[in-house]
Ligand binder design. Structure first.
Ligand code: GLV
Length: 423
């Protein structure tokens, strides 16, 4: 870290950079960031990333809940040097931030997860590899050196596939497994439905599957099924072309083969298990030594049960408002969960985080860290790896300055007393 600290260094880079003619394409303001990204993406890609369930009330209330909390600064405390670092599962991180798992990043930028992996590693911020990634986890891990990484698991209907994915995550240096529990069914995504666009059907976002030996074997075993295909239309041919191109291997071999189509069908059958219950969790516990976190926990009784069952951490998340419309805001759910868990395991907060002050508020309410989601996908869409790095630097800088201005020199000094309920 520079003498100035993360926040002042970032301000200096931006202001002094402009004096020497540097032009920046990645806006700092979150609304302008989203708008700039929307211009770089297809309507389908932007709808998929920006959209939420139903009337998108949950997206709105996530923000409203943050806005209702107000920071009450303390003055005349020496904050000339600040330490924004936190320790999570034995590893020190530069700030209370992780990159949320986001699927299908190829819709934002051709380098997709790889660009994110490089940016995350450059900043030392953990990237949670998405189960619906566009690039296999091994390729991302290879590009990260010792940079921290975790793996998000969607619990498949095939336990053999679950085991294989978790084994691969261990082998590529992931430090934790995050089981996403709120997406055993896909939410009612109004924007995607109106565009009738689901990226997985085009073979996008299934790279963790098509690179998996168990999945590949299942595809080999599957019949191609009845071939009563409708007469090809232009849209159908374009979908087939995309699907064929997305499948690993040569395009010419793929276009003649049923495998890309079988893989998508297999994926749709296998990707998630709505019948999952608490009784399934020991299966995972027995197969990995890595910390297991449950993502999507919003009820204090579920939080308590998870901890009693030996889970190592929780992610309080409503999936960025993508799953249930009119759901509780995550910062509203957080205090009861913190109380129920009584600091026995780290609690992370996800959904609606748009700036350093949000992270400060979450930490004040008892979170160990927050997950950054859409903003980094927007940085990616605008400027690839550099865009993600810019977004991360802005979060770290904003948090550093907010913390210092609130009179806190380190994370430990942030507490519920730093907050008041506002308007
Ligand atoms: C999948 O995780 C999604 O939110 O689309």
């Amino acid at each position: 870290m520079s003498e100035l600290g993360i926040g002042r260094q970032r301000q200096a880079d931006i202001y002094l950079g402009a004096l020497s003619g540097a032009r920046r394409s990645v806006p700092v303001d979150p609304a302008r960031l989203e708008e700039a990204a929307s211009k770089r993406m297809s309507p389908e890609a932007f709808a998929y990333i920006a959209g939420g369930a139903g009337l998108e009330e949950t997206i709105r209330v996530n923000r409203d809940a943050f806005d209702r909390l107000r920071i009450v600064p303390r003055v005349l405390r020496d904050v000339s040097t600040r330490d924004t670092s936190v320790e999570l599962f034995g590893r020190r991180l530069p700030g209370p931030f992780l990159l949320a798992p986001i699927g299908v990043l190829e819709m934002a930028h051709r380098e997709a997860d790889l660009a994110v992996a490089r940016a995350a590693a450059a900043k030392g911020v953990p990237m949670i590899f998405s189960n619906q990634a566009s690039v296999p986890m091994e390729r991302c891990a290879e590009s990260m050196g010792t940079g921290p990484r975790w793996f998000q698991l969607y619990w498949s209907t095939s336990n053999e596939l679950v085991e294989s994915l978790v084994g691969r995550a261990e082998a590529c240096g992931c430090a934790a497994i995050v089981v996403t529990l709120d997406t055993t069914l896909l939410g009612w995504r109004t924007r995607d439905l109106d565009l009738a666009y689901l990226p997985f059907l085009r073979g996008k976002g299934i790279a963790q599957y098509t690179s998996d030996p168990v999945f590949r074997r299942l595809v080999d075993q599957a019949d191609e099924g009845p071939t009563n295909r409708p007469r090809p239309t232009l849209a159908g041919l374009s979908a087939l072309f995309q699907l064929t191109r997305a499948y690993p291997g040569s395009f010419l071999a793929n276009i003649r083969s049923p495998r890309p189509r079988t893989a998508v069908r297999q994926f749709l059958e296998i990707y998630s298990r709505p019948s999952l219950t608490w009784e399934d969790l020991p299966f995972l516990r027995e197969r990995t030594k890595l910390p297991i976190l449950l993502k999507g926990v919003l009820h204090p009784e579920d939080a308590r049960r998870a901890v009693d069952g030996g889970v190592d951490g929780l992610v309080v998340s409503n999936h960025g408002g993508r799953q249930i419309d009119g759901e509780i805001a995550t910062v509203d759910a957080l205090p009861a969960i913190v109380e129920a868990v009584d600091r026995q395991v780290p609690i992370l907060l996800d959904s609606g985080v748009r700036g350093g002050a949000d992270a400060f508020k979450a930490v004040a309410l008892g979170a160990s860290a927050v997950l950054i989601g859409r903003p980094y996908a927007y940085g990616l869409a605008i400027a690839g790896e550099r865009g993600v790095r810019d977004v991360l630097q802005n979060f770290l800088a904003d948090f550093d300055l907010t913390m210092g201005l609130a009179g806190c020199a380190s994370i430990d000094e942030i507490s519920a007393e730093s907050l008041a309920a506002g308007g």
